[in-house]
Design a binder for this molecule. Structure first.
Ligand code: ATP
Ligand code: MG
Length: 278
């Protein structure tokens, strides 16, 4: 087994990894193991479809009330690009993002990641897929209130690794988490809890947490939605830098047309269908 070291470019973080960790096939039913993959240091291949959905239908049912939300949505995100999902409030943007992230299952339709179908996997496999390949920024952050900034950012690694693996690599893992926290400008808030952070700081913590496992793709639900314009612009800059410097593929829900205009592709949802793709 070849052991080598990758430099995560701008993040200035060095992570030990093994080749079989990088090219591990998408066998999500295999033993749980965090796939430690650094951001590519060279120009990534773009133009390949990384995340794709076909014919997604989703209806929420509560008591006898059915709320049809998605009525046959097709979606594709290209590797190394930023794809925006826009649409009015209630048009199903978060619902679509949750289906793409395998947090929920469609009633009909399929989701494929890197050519592999992922929507029908077992819950455990989907959990493993998210932990290893995907970073998620939720509309309302979903930070754990009792944990500090550093602990929140470390949480996906603690979940994805065995205690032994974590302890063996503790120093490099902590350094990596701290580099990310620095990168989002929160180096001075390492030990603050979410209740002691501003909205923008919580959002930046959520970004660092989403990136700590070095995902292939980042799904962000209104990452600037709850923030003032200036703070929101700062968050967008961070995401754009990550995309440009590390080739991180991003799918971002936004209400804001001016933000959508800065993305590589824009998918507009309306009444449960894709109205346009630009
Ligand atoms: N768990 C649920 N149970 C029942 N209805 C739901 C559920 N989640 C969402 N909905 C409904 O589905 C519709 C789409 O919700 P969704 O959160 O996807 O919209 P959105 O486009 O993200 O809106 P916003 O821009 O306000 O975040 C809404 O009418 C919402 O009330
Ligand atoms: Mg939403």
């Amino acid at each position: 087994m070849n052991t080598s070291t990758l430099n995560t470019s701008k993040l200035n973080t060095t992570i030990d990894r093994t080749d079989d960790q990088i090219y591990e096939p998408l066998d999500f039913d295999g033993p749980t193991r965090l796939r430690v993959v650094a951001f590519p240091t060279s120009e990534p291949a773009t133009g390949r479809t990384m995340l794709q959905a076909q014919g997604l239908h989703k209806t929420y049912k509560k008591n006898r009330v059915s709320v049809p939300v998605l009525k046959g949505v097709d979606f594709a995100a290209q590797q190394g690009k930023i794809t925006a999902i826009i649409g009015q409030s209630g048009s199903g943007k978060s619902t679509l993002l949750h289906l793409l992230a395998t947090l929920d299952r469609p009633d009909q339709g399929e989701v494929h990641f890197d050519g592999h179908r992922i929507d029908h996997l077992s819950r455990r496999s989907r959990d493993q897929f998210r932990n290893q390949r995907l970073g998620m920024i939720f509309q309302f952050y979903h930070l754990l209130p009792e944990l500090s900034t550093l602990e929140n950012v470390l949480a996906p690694i603690m979940i994805g690794r065995s205690a032994f693996s974590y302890l063996m690599n503790r120093r490099s893992i902590h350094n990596h988490a701290k580099e990310l926290i620095e990168r989002v400008g929160l180096g001075h808030r390492l030990h603050h809890k979410p209740s002691e952070l501003s909205g923008g700081e919580m959002q930046r913590t959520a970004i660092a947490r989403a990136l700590v496992t070095n995902p292939d793709i980042l799904l962000a639900d209104e990452p600037t939605g709850n923030l003032d314009q200036e703070t929101g612009a700062g968050i967008l800059d961070i995401l754009k830098d990550l995309n440009r410097e590390q080739g991180l593929t991003i799918v971002m829900v936004t209400h804001d047309e001016s933000i959508a205009k800065k993305c590589d592709a824009v998918v507009r949802l309306s009444k449960g269908r894709v109205e346009s793709v630009v």
